[in-house]
Design a protein around this ligand. Structure first.
Ligand code: GLN
Length: 276
């Protein structure tokens, strides 16, 4: 079949998205697709694949999950239904890590609930002398993080399939980062379709009050952090004060709050109150 307006027009699918789908099916770049637009031929198998992409798009599956890739910081990550789609606001964690450490500094860091590995691998790439440990309770998420580690050829990390409650660190960390599940479970139904139907609920569900992750982590992290260590934690849009109180009641001090592009207090930096 020829790629022409009549055959491939899709009411709900903008041309830009259609080009991305065609590029994936043809294993070509988007530019090549634009260039060869008038002489592309499609096999029945390729048409079936395109139809599948379009119908998934129409049922609100995010383009990143259909194409199995999402940009985060400086890299493209493999993503699928087993991992939270990396979000731009989470990049603030990487940005702030760059303000804490010098590029050639050797330090150890932990990423709790690593998912696709986007935070872990981005920090590891920025700091070649650092060493990162990523943990995740989901075996399927760990498989995705390991794939990204290998695709991006990152050597200075290890990834473990373990819950934070069962994790036994071999050493203390200079930095602990996390974007834990923080949505109140009663609010999950109200999320956009592309989130509630396509992001794994295990990566979203923060329990009854949305704060269960922070309650649990605040009890653990004091033992895992070096005296001068820092924590960078993502929080939900209305959780700044609650998470501050939880961590301050467990021996930490809120050192900084970083806002996202919508001015929502999004990333909290904690240090130990009485480093010993
Ligand atoms: N930021 C995600 C959302 O609002 C939630 C991620 C999380 O729970 N950590 O869709």
């Amino acid at each position: 079949m020829k790629y022409g307006k009549s055959e491939t027009s899709c009411n709900s699918c903008p041309p830009k998205i259609m080009r991305l789908f065609i590029a994936k099916v043809k294993n070509l770049s988007e530019n090549e697709i634009v260039f060869h637009m008038n002489d592309l031929q499609f096999s029945p198998n390729e048409i079936a694949q395109l139809e599948d992409f379009v119908s998934r798009y129409e049922s609100h599956e995010p383009v990143s999950k259909i194409l199995n890739r999402r940009e985060f910081w400086n890299s493209e990550f493999f993503v699928n239904k087993d991992v939270l789609d990396p979000r731009p606001e989470t990049e603030i964690i990487v940005e702030q890590t760059l303000k804490i450490f010098a590029k050639d500094q050797a330090f150890e860091f932990l990423d709790i609930g690593t998912g696709s590995g986007c935070i872990l691998l981005s920090i590891a790439q920025e700091f070649p002398k650092s060493f990162g440990v990523g943990i995740d309770i989901s075996e399927k998420a760990v498989a995705v993080a390991l794939k990204n580690k290998s695709d991006l050829r990152v050597k200075n990390v290890e990834i473990q399939n373990v819950s934070w409650n069962d994790f036994v660190p071999q050493k203390k960390f200079d930095l602990i980062v996390s974007n834990p599940p923080y949505i109140k479970n009663a609010d999950i139904w109200a999320l956009d379709d592309n989130v509630k139907n396509f992001d794994p609920h295990i990566a979203l569900d923060g329990g009854k009050d949305g704060l269960v992750s922070y309650d649990q982590l605040s009890k653990l992290l004091g033992n895992w952090l070096k005296p001068s260590g820092k924590i960078l934690l993502e929080v939900g849009f209305d959780q700044h004060d609650a998470v501050k109180n939880i961590f301050e009641s467990k021996g930490f001090v809120l050192k900084n709050t970083f806002r996202d592009l919508q001015q929502i207090p999004r990333i909290l930096e904690f240090i130990l109150k009485n480093p010993s």
